[in-house]
Design a binder for this molecule. Structure first.
Ligand SMILES: Nc1ncnc2c1ncn2[C@@H]1O[C@H](COP(=O)(O)OP(=O)(O)O)[C@@H](O)[C@H]1O
Ligand SMILES: [Mg+2]
Length: 380
């Protein structure tokens, strides 16, 4: 991808002045993070890392990404409702068993319970959502899993109460990694799942996003099974898939491992984790495969074909470092929203995008993991 900011990259002085202005603007607009040193306090904050310039994104790709989001919403919904598919898929990856509770009730208030950690660098992002809701007269209470296990309760109709107030929606900003679940936290999660409050996401929807599920979805016939009669949506979805390979014990897994060991630069090894920084590449991947290949543990990983986007130049800004013009690659994400009531989909839409950009020397990484930075697509 070519960039049209080329001339600005040459002029170091101008670049520094632009960077100073951009950082002040980011701070003034609330593009903030708590610091690594003080993740529980907002006394000292800094800006979230970002690119000085927007990155060029072809219009056609941006439109394609937006268009396919509603299909992805349908797919996530179909997977989350298919307990048999989830159980079968995830029991092999040994990520735990599943029970899905479907229960509807009406609420006397519209209180939102936001589950968060105390150490939360990304609190301003969460506050922005709280503020938007408050502007619509919807109140948000922030609590930890520990608070839920101490003070949360269900009545006989499974209505959820927190500190005596009825909760309509539970929004999880914690509970995405095994390390975030003590026994007490598991019990709190179970209580929340059993309640008739709307969960964002409920456990089934969360599991629908796991790497193992992604890999199983790319198997021939899977999309057809999950989205019967929706051949156009299936074609749009499949057009976005990269190669994904199971490492389950057996011939298929043996072959995938053999291929990855022969051409390591073409693959990425992924465990059942999210949040960035967990995937293995190159020599590290080879070592892990050598260690895992004869053990059943390998089934909890998947292999993915490595995506090699064309690099371009941009200037990365991050607190404590001087502005750096480097070769970068980007990853575009679209936010999807859907609401289902019983069997009826009452909303299915997209709600904006997130472009994350990183220097090419980093194989893996999200913004929270400290590798990628926030960016804006410049449609061309
Ligand atoms: N197939 C791939 N090819 C190249 N890089 C990848 C690939 N899959 C993941 N990555 C890199 O690793 C990061 C994290 O991987 P991802 O699968 O999105 O897991 P997570 O759930 O941690 O976000 C991505 O943001 C991207 O930078
Ligand atoms: Mg990711």
């Amino acid at each position: 991808m070519a960039t049209s900011w080329g001339s600005l990259f040459q002029d170091e002085q101008q670049l520094e002045e632009l960077a100073r202005q951009a950082v002040d603007r980011a701070l003034a607009e609330g593009v903030l993070l708590r610091t690594k040193q003080e993740p529980s306090s907002s006394d000292v904050v800094s800006y979230a890392p970002f690119t000085l310039f927007p990155s060029l994104v072809p219009c056609a790709l941006l439109e394609q990404a937006y268009a396919v989001q509603m299909d992805f919403n349908l797919l996530v919904d179909a997977v989350s409702q298919n307990a048999v598919f989830l159980e079968q898929t995830l029991s092999r990856a040994r990520t735990g068993s599943l029970a899905v509770w479907g229960h509807l009730c009406s609420f006397s208030s519209a209180l939102v319970l936001l589950i968060a950690q105390e150490k939360e660098r990304n609190i301003f992002d969460q506050r922005a959502i709280e503020n938007e809701l408050l502007a619509r007269n919807i109140h948000v209470i922030r609590r930890r899993f520990e608070d839920v296990s101490e003070k949360g309760s269900l009545d006989q109709d499974r209505r959820l109460f927190m500190d005596g107030q009825e909760v309509a929606v539970v929004y999880f900003r914690d509970g995405y990694m095994p390390s975030q679940y003590s026994l007490q936290n598991w019990e709190a999660r179970l209580l929340l799942e059993r309640s008739c409050a709307v969960k964002c996401p409920d456990i089934a929807t969360q599991l629908a996003g796991t790497k193992k599920v992604q890999q199983e979805l790319s198997r021939a016939g899977m999309l057809e099974m999950l989205l019967p009669g929706q051949s156009e949506a299936i074609a749009r979805l499949r057009a976005t898939f990269a190669g994904l390979y199971s490492l389950d014990m057996g011939e298929e897994g043996d072959q995938a491992i053999a291929e990855a060991l022969t051409a390591p630069s073409r693959f990425v090894l992924k465990p059942q984790r999210e949040g960035g920084g967990n995937n293995l590449y190159g020599e590290e991947m080879v070592q892990a495969l050598e260690r895992l290949k004869d053990s059943e543990e390998r089934a909890s990983y998947i292999l993915m074909e490595k995506i090699e986007p064309e690099p371009f130049r941009n200037c990365l800004l991050r607190p404590g470092s001087s502005a750096r013009v480097v070769q970068c690659i980007s990853e575009l994400g679209i936010f999807g929203v859907y609401v289902r009531q019983g069997k009826t989909l009452v909303m299915n839409t997209h709600a904006g995008h997130l472009l994350r950009t990183k220097a090419i020397e980093h194989a893996d990484g999200g913004v929270a993991a400290g590798v990628a930075v926030l960016d804006n697509p410049y449609p061309v």
